[in-house]
Ligand binder design. Structure first.
Ligand code: PMP
Length: 384
């Protein structure tokens, strides 16, 4: 039976073109970008070339405003703690939407423990940030406000330009986690009014082990990993050459192919949503239209997401997710689903499908049949 992989939000295969481009940095060019000899300089050129390609994807002013990190988690930590701690004279307050990734919420909770006030901005039942509450909760002493470009569990795309205007009116810096959105929808940090932006390599079909943080000109951050002073002194530690070079190439390919690929996936996603919504007591989660083109998320009453995932995998060779892979080991329901107003038992019945390059329209009837079969089987077994 053919395997159908529908969990691209958790991990994506590396694009073979990226492997081909970057493999020389695993073998031939092995230098340390900080070394001053020719082997080191070759490595430095690779890092700077990657920086340039990433700057182009998001229309950064230039490549000097891109900092490489090891993961989106690290980029989020640097953006939030680095900005809050370096700009403490502006105030001791931070704010984030209730549906941010845990790697945004946890650094803010840590700041809260050391005396910062932390405001959580609610969202509506589709996952859209409540603008009225944003205006109330972000105040003139809020140093950094974090709102994601799009949510990885429910696919909702936030109105970042509108949010930026409100946040800037209060004099706060806007951090945007674009790990889920980049490569799927266009991002322009200058037009969108973004001060800090997180990108992840693997979410662009690049290697794991690299991510980037855009920091707008003149914004000052405190390093959270002091050491040898790499990456403008903001992120010490020898750069991961293969992953960074690969991320650059992946960003270049994403920029070129995004419009066509997103249109292709949107059509497949719509067919998938239409089919699954017809199942008894199946509901779409997230926004019906303002959602990522590759993202379809649902909840089913009277069954558990974990059982859906396992049944789909073992019986049909289809890999789906129940939410964020990062929190899959806890038994707690997703904070994102609770934030959009679902009850605990409703949040437990979630299934997330994220499409990618290997998916096609021809697979959709099979996927819908598998979901129908799974839901029917689990409901027959369910004591609820
Ligand atoms: N932000 C978002 C929106 C995510 O979906 C993820 C997980 N892919 C992260 C941050 C954290 O990424 P990582 O685990 O690679 O650090």
């Amino acid at each position: 039976m053919e395997r159908i992989y529908l969990d691209h939000a958790s991990s994506m295969p590396i694009d073979p073109r990226v492997v081909k481009f970057a493999e020389m940095y695993l073998e031939g060019t092995f230098g340390n970008p900080s070394s001053l000899h020719s082997v080191g300089l070759a490595a430095r050129r690779a890092v700077e070339e990657a920086r340039k390609k990433i700057a182009e994807l998001i229309n950064a002013e230039n490549e000097t405003f891109i900092i490489f990190t090891s993961s989106a988690t690290e980029a989020n930590n640097l953006a939030i703690k680095g900005t809050a701690l370096r700009n403490i004279d502006k105030g001791k307050k931070v704010a984030a939407s209730a549906i941010e990734h845990i790697s945004v919420l946890n650094p803010m909770k840590e700041l809260q423990k050391s005396g910062f006030e932390f405001s959580i901005i609610p969202v509506d039942s589709t996952g859209m940030v409540d603008m009225k509450k944003l205006k109330e909760l972000v105040t003139t002493d809020t140093t950094v406000t974090s709102i994601m470009y799009a949510n990885n569990e429910i696919g909702t795309i936030e109105p970042i330009r509108e949010i930026s205007a409100i946040v800037h009116e209060k004099g706060s810096y806007l951090h945007v986690d674009a790990a889920a959105a980049a490569g799927r929808i266009p991002i322009d940090v200058q037009k969108d009014g973004i001060d800090l932006l997180t990108l992840s390599s693997n979410d662009l079909y690049g290697p794991q082990g690299a991510a980037a943080l855009y920091i707008k000109p003149r914004l000052r951050l405190q390093p959270i990993m002091p050491g040898g002073g790499q990456e403008r002194g903001l992120r010490s530690g020898t750069e991961n050459l293969f992953a960074i070079a690969g991320m650059g190439e992946a960003a270049k390919i994403a920029g070129k192919e995004m419009p066509r690929e997103s249109d292709r996936l949107r059509a497949i996603r719509d067919k998938l949503i239409d089919g699954i919504k017809k199942i008894d007591e199946a509901y779409l989660t997230g926004h019906p239209t303002q959602r990522l083109p590759h993202h379809a998320s649902f909840r089913f009453s009277r069954i558990e997401g974990e059982s859906i995932l396992l049944n789909m995998d073992t019986m049909y060779h289809i890999q789906v997710s129940t939410g964020s892979a990062c929190t899959s080991r806890t038994l707690e329901p997703s904070h994102v689903l609770l934030a959009i107003g679902l009850k605990h038992e409703e949040a437990h019945g979630s299934m997330v499908m994220t499409l990618g390059r290997s998916n096609s329209m021809e697979q959709i009837p099979m996927v819908i049949k598998a979901v129908k079969g799974t839901v029917q089987r689990l409901r027959e077994l369910s004591p609820l």
